[in-house]
Design a binder for this molecule. Structure first.
Ligand SMILES: Nc1ncnc2c1ncn2[C@@H]1O[C@H](COP(=O)(O)OP(=O)(O)OP(=O)(O)O)[C@@H](O)[C@H]1O
Length: 278
């Protein structure tokens, strides 16, 4: 596979249809997602932004099959998602909790491959390649607590990449790392996306990050969530931290998405209600 044929080998279209989620427990029911419908094409990179508490994590957990929708459904390659599907990998914000402290870096990356019954020789190859891709070759025998936060998150990304998922779901994966590391990890995820042809859904609070990474940015309203706008990011295939971010189109998109999120915070639930300045 070359760097340019992302998506070619991937049939993992994700369809979200009339999705609703209300939490019911001991207290008052909480309607997190009102009604969401959108499609993420196979091999596409989509970011999700919205106000705090909008239901972004709820959406991601539902896509991952970890949470059952109250209404509507999620389909992966045409099949309804009602449990964590094979071929899906999830990377969360809390890398500290997602790695097993008693396993080495290599063992952490290898574990899901064992569960997938990948033969031993192939496992070692995948682990080696994934660690090299995240610049951790040489650190395979270390334990997570011997690594910085950014390195631990690279291990979590390597683990997801080695698994060769069709779909990669990421929930605020870089929120807890410093700005410099964050830029490096963003570029790493873009490279992996291109190399693996994987379908990516990436939740972030950071509007600039969403625009830098994605081909489309889904802007959610406040809770109970509806889709405020599906914004196309026309910034080309090659992104560069300095060049792309200084592009006029980048600035235009940032202003637009920022205004949408501000409007969402004030309660806008449609583009008409958002009263954008342009
Ligand atoms: N298990 C639960 N039981 C009841 N309510 C919940 C539960 N999990 C989340 N919620 C509520 O659902 C709403 C959406 O939460 P969610 O974590 O999905 O939002 P979010 O957009 O990811 O937030 P943030 O940006 O702050 O991470 C919130 O009001 C939250 O309090």
């Amino acid at each position: 596979m070359t760097d340019t044929d992302n998506g070619a080998a991937n049939s993992a279209t994700l369809e979200i249809e009339s999705l609703g989620k209300t939490y019911t427990g001991r207290g008052e029911p909480v309607e997190a997602i009102a009604d969401l419908s959108f499609t993420v094409a196979a091999g596409e990179f989509v970011c999700v932004v919205g106000p705090s508490g909008a239901g972004k994590t709820t959406l991601l957990r539902t896509l991952a099959g970890l949470l059952a929708p109250t209404t509507g459904e999620v389909r992966l390659a045409g099949s309804v998602v009602d449990a964590p599907p094979q071929g899906m990998a999830v990377v969360l914000q809390e890398y500290g909790r997602s790695l097993f402290p008693w396993l080495t870096v290599a063992q952490n990356v290898e574990l899901p491959l064992k569960e997938k019954h990948v033969p031993s020789a192939r496992r070692h190859e995948l682990v080696r390649d994934a660690l090299a891709a995240v610049s951790l070759a040489g650190d395979e025998d270390k334990y997570p607590w011997q690594l910085s936060g950014g390195m631990q998150q690279r291990v979590a990304i390597a683990r997801a990449a080695a698994y060769e998922p069709q779909v990669l779901l990421m929930d605020e994966p870089f929120a807890a790392v410093d700005a410099q590391t964050r830029f490096e990890l963003e570029d790493l995820v873009r490279r992996l996306w291109k190399r693996l042809g994987v379908t990516v859904v990436f939740v972030t609070h950071d509007i600039d990050e969403a625009i830098y990474l994605a081909e489309r940015v889904l802007v959610l309203s406040g809770r109970p969530t509806v889709l405020l706008e599906d914004v196309t990011v026309d910034l080309g295939d090659e992104r560069d931290q300095l060049e792309t971010r200084s592009h006029a189109e980048f600035a235009r998109l940032r202003t637009h998405v920022y205004e949408l999120v501000q409007a969402a915070k004030k309660g806008a639930r449609s583009l008409g209600e958002a009263h954008l300045s342009h």
